[in-house]
Design a protein around this ligand. Structure first.
Ligand code: ATP
Ligand code: DNN
Ligand code: MG
Length: 235
């Protein structure tokens, strides 16, 4: 989505599942942007699973990592306005606490980030694309309303072909703009690893931005490759 500022781009990072590597890849992307000299902000609007900070507030480890790698230092709450304690489906955690997830709050948060004038704003989802917000609504519905283009992180492991294609089909069906996908190797010993990535590459029309090795040692190179590839498709 083109933000308030000319040349500001906000994008949403989704994954084939929880633990697919959205945060891992997002941290690399933010590092890549820093290397390119482009200020990028990372945020996780909705997080479930948190620890108590020294001041008693809840903090989520994904949001802390995004804050750490962001090019502008903002208070924690601007990297993560909705933080729930238990590591489970957010709408269920919220319901157990007697609250509802509030979409206008997500929208107001996005607008605040846009007002920072950061040229790139990365919004990490939670779980996979169809993460419920309520009985009827999904986080995907909000992303589509905000017209955020999407980066899909595929956690490469046995079963990823089905997960990836279900996600791509739903992204396409709903009219989301897919900027590209990332092959994030989370199961390095899987059989036919390279063939799985090649198979997905020929099935998914959107570009493969990068393949991220397991426990990437060449992190600066991968980070730069990721951000440079994404830049090619952002405009
Ligand atoms: N390429 C990789 N190499 C090594 N470890 C990885 C890689 N990708 C992800 N991981 C690890 O796998 C775990 C899950 O990754 P991550 O937290 O990025 O998933 P996620 O998609 O952000 O999940 P969530 O839905 O909770 O936000 C983390 O411990 C992370 O460090
Ligand atoms: C707690 C976990 N790490 C994520 N933040 C939330 C994952 C919710 C998954 C919901 C689901 O699709 O079943
Ligand atoms: Mg995460």
């Amino acid at each position: 989505m083109q933000g308030l500022m000319m040349n500001q781009h906000c994008f949403f990072v989704t994954g084939t599942d929880t633990d697919a590597g959205k945060t891992y890849v997002s941290a690399l992307l933010l590092q890549g942007y820093a290397a390119l000299g482009i200020t990028a902000l990372g945020a996780k609007p909705l997080a479930a699973g948190a620890e108590q900070a020294a001041d008693g507030s809840l903090q989520n480890s994904d949001a802390l990592l995004l804050q750490q790698h962001s090019g502008i230092a903002l208070p924690y709450v601007q990297h993560n306005p909705v933080c729930l304690a238990e590591p489970a489906a957010p709408h269920l955690v919220a319901a157990a606490a007697g609250i509802r997830l509030n979409e206008p709050q997500l929208t107001a948060h996005l607008q605040q980030l846009q007002q920072t004038q950061a040229p790139r704003i990365l919004i990490e989802g939670a779980g996979g694309w169809l993460l419920p917000l309520s009985d009827k609504r999904y986080l995907a519905d909000w992303v589509l309303e905000q017209q955020l283009p999407v980066v899909l992180v595929v956690g490469i492991k046995l079963g990823c072909l089905n997960h990836a294609m279900l996600t791509v089909r739903e992204l396409e069906r709903s009219g989301a703009r897919i900027l590209g996908w990332v092959a994030n190797i989370i199961s390095p010993d899987m059989l036919y690893l390279a063939q799985n990535i090649a198979d997905l590459t020929q099935r998914i029309q959107a570009p493969l931005l990068a393949t991220v090795p397991y426990a990437a040692v060449a992190k600066p190179e991968i980070a730069l490759q990721l951000a440079a590839a994404l830049e090619q498709h952002l405009t």
